[in-house]
Design a protein around this ligand. Structure first.
Ligand code: UDP
Length: 332
């Protein structure tokens, strides 16, 4: 099997590449290193099955070659991270929508399979827990940058479903809920790498808002394993699947847990949202996936519990700090 991963030098993309290589696939990645890094794929470069292209997915000539060459495209290239999205809404929408259009249009020529990674952000301000794939999506106003990300990913989903329904391109969508793990960076605002880096370097641990907002954090191995299985399933075309865990924790408890596991003297401090992001920033209080659909399709169950996930991230960031490869925690 030959696979193309867009955004393959990113956090999730590099884990997916590793997984596909380990089962003997030939893997081609394309990444413009806007948020991905060479360090993420350094250990894969020696494999004869691994090929990387540092380029943008808007390079139509290269993308035509790669999509034609491969049996499947895993489309992960996207603007990610709430901080990046709030700061660069134009780049967010252009990258997400144009990138997906290009991938789908090229896949159509030879009816190649495409898996699109989406996000639990598309549920927007929905409060009724757990979120099911066919639930209504509740967006905020267009004046608030965060919703442009949610809407751009929702458009990606509409596009992928339309290409299946209208043009018979075999597409499938996976909505990922807070995927975390080794190699994730805190540079774009993700909470766990930020808090762990702060705890390990003795800086204040920044909890935004009152810390009572909760999330379910999914280990990247659970996300990647399910992506591969869903992509290969013959009955998944044109469908959307939630992937995540139902183990919920408030951000304040998360900070306390990380402080304990790292044996840190850092202080936990509260930072108002308007200082952390922008005036009028809206956060979601809870975000829990209904996993019935993925369970029915592939028997999906998350395998890695939160404490084990946190330990793997702490170990990774400890090592990166030692080799000075980790970015600075965000300043607020
Ligand atoms: N958050 C926080 N401190 C940080 C970074 C994030 O308290 O240093 C909060 C953030 O406001 C959100 C939660 O942690 O409520 C998860 O943030 P993340 O950006 O990781 O994911 P998302 O907001 O997409 O769920």
């Amino acid at each position: 099997m030959k696979a193309l991963i867009t955004g393959g030098a990113g956090f999730i993309g590099s884990h997916l590449a590793e997984k596909l290589l380990s089962r003997g696939d030939e893997v081609h990645i394309i990444d413009d290193l806007s948020t991905g890094t060479i360090a993420n794929i350094q250990h894969l470069k020696s494999s004869p099955l691994f090929h990387y292209h540092i380029d943008t997915i808007t390079n139509q000539r290269l993308m035509t070659e790669l999509v034609d060459l491969c049996d499947i495209t895993y489309h992960l290239a996207a603007a990610v991270g709430v901080r990046l999205i709030v700061e660069s809404p134009v780049r967010t929408m252009e990258t997400n929508i144009r990138g997906t259009e290009i991938v789908l249009a090229l896949a159509e020529r030879k009816r190649k399979r495409v898996l699109i990674t989406s996000t639990s952000e598309v549920y927007g301000k929905r409060e009724h827990i757990p979120f099911r794939e066919d639930d209504d999506l509740i967006m905020g106003p267009t004046s608030k940058g965060r919703w442009s990300y949610a809407c751009s990913k929702a458009i990606d989903e509409f596009l992928a479903i339309a290409y299946w329904k209208e043009k018979k391109v075999p597409t499938v969508i996976v909505r990922l809920f807070n995927t975390v793990g080794p190699r994730q960076t805190g540079r774009y605002g993700m909470v766990i790498p930020n808090l762990v880096t702060q705890a390990l370097t003795g800086e204040d641990m920044t909890v935004f808002g009152d810390g009572l907002q909760a999330r379910c954090f999914t280990h990247v191995s659970d996300s990647v394993n399910s992506i591969v299985q869903i992509a290969a399933h013959p009955n998944a075309n044109g469908e959307v699947y939630n992937i995540g865990t139902q183990e919920e924790i408030t951000i304040l408890d998360l900070a306390r847990r990380i402080k304990l596991l790292t044996d840190s003297d850092s202080k936990i401090v509260f930072v108002p949202y308007e200082k952390a992001y922008e005036e009028g920033f809206e956060d979601m209080m809870r975000r829990v996936p209904d996993l019935t659909k993925a369970h029915k399709l592939i028997g999906y169950r998350p395998r890695v519990a939160l404490d084990e996930t946190l330990r793997s991230i702490i170990e990774d960031i400890r090592l990166r700090l030692l080799y000075q490869r980790t970015p600075e925690p965000i300043s607020t």
